[in-house]
Write a protein that binds this ligand. Structure first.
Ligand SMILES: Cc1cc2nc3c(=O)[nH]c(=O)nc-3n(C[C@H](O)[C@H](O)[C@H](O)COP(=O)(O)OP(=O)(O)OC[C@H]3O[C@@H](n4cnc5c(N)ncnc54)[C@H](O)[C@@H]3O)c2cc1C
Length: 418
């Protein structure tokens, strides 16, 4: 097994996450433009069919949740079909640029405020190479970002992001345990979304005027639209958020560890760490390394041994104190010029998953929603709204996918340049 050199990238959790509906999830949302059509509200007699909806959204990730707010605010009847049926907070975090929060503010000031409430504003960003003394940097002006960009740079636990985005969405729009398999077009212009439920072979479906797929990098709708589209695995990552009660004593020596509200990148010769100190004392860490064998897995003891003696001592201590972690293979999608057809489109990672080198995955998803809603406001729920949205967003996200590849690839070499 050949270990290659790696980078530390802005990281997060991974694969997916699950939602829990709770008592406070119904907040009155203003009904704007188009009222819900009576047809859309009609109940189906078939118990296997969810009543006809205006928009069937696939995936309750950041993109699907934020999109649902915008559509419901506009008076559309929405259902979200989510593969996961269980609730389990995911132990990782993401870094959000001001663009992400600015987009959210435009989409829904309340949702943006909820996210801000749960997030930690980044004060300082540090970069430290373990092998290249020229590659050391401290950027301590991040607290000034809101005055310049309108919003701060933030870190937020992935679970808190999902919870904040979920607040205010009615419980009855969620269909958990619904694994979407594909769609078919109906003669009357509607689209039928096909799905299975856990533990049952029975095929089920929901009829909708429009399908918006936000089911992430493994999207089956994308596969149907472009059968040759394959995600490209790139490297391994381990990540976790260590709670404050365990992290505090390790981080107490700020001279030799990190300050509060810091986002840090430590680049080693064969691996890298992204770390963030959150306002409440929690610490998010992601350890990334390149390995030809992406099936291989290190236990926590092996991880500690790998960093010991090379990384600052607090890093080994953080890893050693972590019990729950997420392990994933980081992958991206090739740039695609086909995101949809008819009344179907892709949004977020299912359209343009990128390597997390720039930390722009969520920002790009929220910008997709901004553009899609703009087109729906101008054109209604119709094919031309979808094609205009796609034509506007495709070149922009292609640049991000390409730049993320380039950054990930070139950062791999930074650690060894003496
Ligand atoms: C290691 C790593 C670090 C990252 N760091 C950052 C960062 O710092 N900042 C940032 O902005 N972004 C980051 N990202 C990217 C970011 O996580 C994604 O861009 C973002 O989660 C995309 O949201 P999404 O809703 O489009 O897709 P996802 O988050 O993938 O959500 C998709 C949802 O659809 C569900 N689903 C999947 N298949 C089906 C199906 N067949 N039927 C029904 N439901 C289905 C899933 O269960 C999931 O809930 C990172 C990604 C990785 C892997």
């Amino acid at each position: 097994m050949k270990t290659r050199q790696i980078i530390s990238s802005l990281s997060f959790f991974t694969v997916s996450f699950f939602l829990q509906l709770n008592d406070h999830s119904t907040v009155a949302l203003s009904s704007l433009a188009t009222p819900v059509s009576s047809e859309a509200q009609s109940e189906s007699k078939d118990p296997n069919k969810i009543p006809i909806v205006d928009v069937a959204v696939v995936g309750a990730g950041p993109a699907g949740l934020a999109l649902a707010h915008c559509l419901i605010d506009r008076g559309y009847k929405v259902k979200i079909l989510e593969r996961r049926s269980t609730f389990r907070p995911v132990g990782s975090a993401v870094f959000l640029h001001p663009f992400a929060l600015n987009s959210l503010k435009k989409l829904s000031p309340d949702v943006a405020a909820n996210v801000m409430e749960a997030a930690t504003q980044v004060g300082t960003v540090t970069v430290k190479s373990l092998t290249n003394t020229k590659n050391q940097a401290v950027f301590d002006t991040f607290d000034k970002a809101p005055g310049v960009f309108g919003s701060p740079f933030v870190t937020i636990k992935f679970w808190d992001l999902l919870q904040s985005l979920r607040l205010g969405l009615p419980e009855d729009i969620f269909y958990f345990g619904s694994d979407v398999q594909g769609y078919q077009e109906c003669d009357d212009g509607r689209v039928e979304l096909l799905y299975n439920t856990e533990g049952s072979d029975e095929k089920k479906s929901v009829n909708a005027k429009m399908i918006i797929d936000a089911s992430g990098i493994r999207s089956k709708i994308r596969k149907q639209l472009s059968p040759n589209s394959q995600s490209v695995p790139f490297c391994k990552a381990y990540m976790a958020v260590l709670p404050a009660d365990k992290a505090k004593s390790i981080m107490s020596d700020t001279q030799n560890s990190m300050t509060n509200r810091e986002l840090g990148f430590i680049v080693g010769e064969v691996d890298g760490m992204t770390l963030a100190t959150l306002e409440n004392g929690d610490v998010w860490w992601t350890y990334t390394y390149f390995d030809d064998d992406l099936e291989s897995s290190m236990d926590q003891k092996q991880l500690v041994e790998r960093v010991q003696g090379r990384f600052p001592p607090f890093v080994a201590e953080l890893l050693g104190s972590t019990e729950d972690r997420v392990e994933t293979v980081i992958a991206d999608l090739p740039v695609s010029w086909k995101w949809g057809e008819g009344m179907v489109t892709l949004l977020g990672d299912s359209a343009h998953a990128q390597l997390p080198a720039l930390g722009l995955g969520c920002s790009a998803a929220f910008a997709d929603i901004e553009e899609l809603c703009k087109q729906i406001d101008s054109n209604g729920l119709c094919e031309s709204a979808l094609r205009r949205y796609e034509r506007w967003r495709m070149p922009q996200t292609a640049v991000l996918q390409t730049a993320s590849r380039f950054t990930f690839g070139s950062m791999r070499n930074l650690g060894s340049q003496k």
